[in-house]
Every structure is written in C-alpha cells, then in structure tokens.
Design a protein. Structure first.
Length: 339
C-alpha cells in the first residue's frame, strides 16, 4: 500500500514539507483511540530471539531509526509503534539554529537516494529534553553536535553541554563529527582533535553515578589510513562503539538530474560503501568494539549483509522513506530465519 499508493502522492511534493506533513499525520492518527495498537499489530514483531544486549542495554530488536529523522525528539513514541528496536534523536546542538537556507533536501528518485544539506537544524537541546521527559519506554540514542557559529577550537564545550543536558533522558550517546553540512565539522575526525573530544566526554561520563555508552559516528569517505586511526582512537579512549556510516559527499554512479546538489548523499548509492567500512573496521580491529551499521539499507538482504560484515545493530533512514515501515518487520523476519 505504501509504495503503490502513499509514496507516489508524497513524492509529488517538496520533501521537507512532506516530512513535516507526515509527522503531523502520524501524530494525529496516533491520538485516535486504537490506532497506535493497530500500528503495533501490523508492524511489530515481538520475539525474544531478536533481542540484542550491547553496552549494557537490551535492544528489543536490532533495527533502529537513524538520527536526522526525529531531530527534535518530537515523535519518538509514535515512531516506535512501527517496530523499531530503538530510535536515535538529533543531531542536537546547545542552542537552537535554523540550519542552512532552503531548499536543502532533495530526492534522487532514479537512484533511490536523498541529498540533504540541512545543517543541524534543531530547536536546541533543552527544548528536546522537555519532550524526552515524556518517553514511554522507548530506547533512545542521543546524537550530539556543535552549533555552526562555534569554532572548532571551542567545539568540545558544545558537546559537553549537550552530553550533560541529555544525560538523564537518553540511553546512549552518539558523537557526530561526520556531517558534511556544518562547515569544518569533519576536521574534528582528525586523530588529535577527535581523541581530545572523546576523552573529555569520557571524563564527563565518569563523573556520573552510572556512565552511559558513547559511540562515534563516522563518514563513509574516510581512507583506510583514517579508518585505522579510528580503530586506534576507540582503543585509546575506550568509547563503546562506532556507527558506520553517515552520508557521503561522493556522487559516483548517480543517474538523477539533481545529483550535483551539495550536501550529504544517503540511500542505495551508499549501500556497498557503508558495508565495506563496517567489514574493514570489524576485521582490522578483530571485532574489538560493536558497530551499528547504517547506509543504504533498502531490503532485508542489505541489513543482513551489514550484520554479516560485522555490525551488531542496523539503522534505517532513507530506506524507511523509500520502502515504508514494512521494511523493519521484513528485516527482523529475515534475521529470525538466520537464527
């Protein structure tokens, strides 16, 4: 129904407007008595064999929603009804910011892809915290970044602010230094500044009564040498894992007319590269840390490939938009068949 009827209608309109319209529609339907239960009955697959225990957390299944979809933590309770095992909110910054000028979100239909240059548009971390207080049992990841106006030399303070503000309301943290849409942000992936940033957050974590997992989200465009640096950094800082990967700046092999738009590319063109990165990190580190695989998951087999390459969990974004919510259940069914 989604791909035949709903998606063709939605894809006739501006993607950013459709995003907000869809949020409003899901919120409205979820308020109608019985609709949330209906969504759960259609899309949820509850089976103890799907549970994953990582970082001291229990994920009810390995399929999560990637950051960027529910940036401001406005719909996580409702989105969980579609069968996600966990939901990552953000990227959040200390202060509210409008993000980059519109138009900034583009569908590449011929490539089953999206280009975005949103620029960490969000209402600020404190605004999101107020909504996270209404969490009804959803396992939440908090993806944190820096404000655009904050110079890189002061970036650590922005991450600390977000970390401390979110600490009581999320289950794990993701340090985002890999978005291509905030100027110079990716420079923080270099070994020295990244090690410093992660060490500071680990120090903040140690001050808490009970620490929480910290993961690093990396770009798919890193070289093998840079990926080896990431392995060293994880070992040195003792953070809990890596999310591989964010969007890419590559445009190789694209067919769509609007392929030259600037921003981060997600979707099917990223499928192979993100799996490559997962496999490289897993093999070269001798499976020393957990990996969450994301990038170009449009079929159950795409997810299985990432799990077989070394990922412990997977996340959807663009595949969720193109394929619809049935993809979550399809992946979980495929995982059960392998067990």
């Amino acid at each position: 129904m989604y791909k035949v009827l709903i998606r063709p209608i939605l894809f006739c309109f501006d993607p950013e407007k459709v995003h907000y319209f869809t949020f409003s529609a899901i919120r409205f339907l979820s308020k109608i008595p019985g609709f949330s239960a209906l969504f759960r009955s259609i899309y949820n697959l509850n089976d103890k064999r799907l549970e994953q225990n990582l970082f001291g957390l229990t994920f009810k299944n390995p399929v999560g929603l990637a950051a960027g979809f529910d940036k401001d933590a406005k719909l996580f309770n409702e989105l969980s009804n579609f069968g996600f095992g966990f939901i990552e909110i953000g990227t959040l910054t200390p202060k509210p910011q409008a993000g980059n000028p519109k138009k900034r979100l583009f569908r590449l239909k011929s490539d089953s892809a999206i280009i975005n240059r949103m620029g960490f548009n969000n209402g600020g971390v404190e605004d999101a915290v107020e909504r996270l207080k209404q969490n009804k049992g959803v396992l939440i990841g908090g993806n944190i970044g820096k404000n655009k106006v904050t110079p890189n030399e002061n970036a650590v303070e922005d991450y600390k602010i977000c970390f401390n503000a979110l600490f009581d309301y999320v289950d794990y943290f993701v340090v985002n230094v890999s978005s291509p849409n905030t100027p110079n942000l990716r420079a923080l992936q270099d070994k020295e500044p990244l090690t410093k940033l992660l060490q500071v957050l680990k120090s903040e974590n140690s001050k808490k009564q009970k620490s929480k997992p910290i993961l690093l989200k990396i770009a798919p465009d890193l070289t093998k040498e840079q990926l080896l640096d990431i392995i060293d950094i994880v070992a040195d800082t003792k953070i809990d894992g890596v999310i591989a990967t964010n969007t890419t700046i590559s445009r190789e092999g694209l067919q769509s007319d609007n392929k030259t738009e600037t921003g981060g590319l997600s979707g099917k063109p990223l499928t192979h590269r993100s799996t490559e990165v997962i496999r490289f990190l897993s093999e070269k580190s001798n499976k020393a840390f957990p990996i969450i695989g994301v990038g170009g998951i449009h079929t159950a087999q795409d997810a299985l490939d990432k799990l077989e390459a070394g990922a412990s969990l997977v996340q959807l974004y663009t595949g969720f938009i193109y394929e619809g919510p049935k993809l979550i259940k399809a992946i979980n069914k495929a995982i059960l068949k392998k067990r």
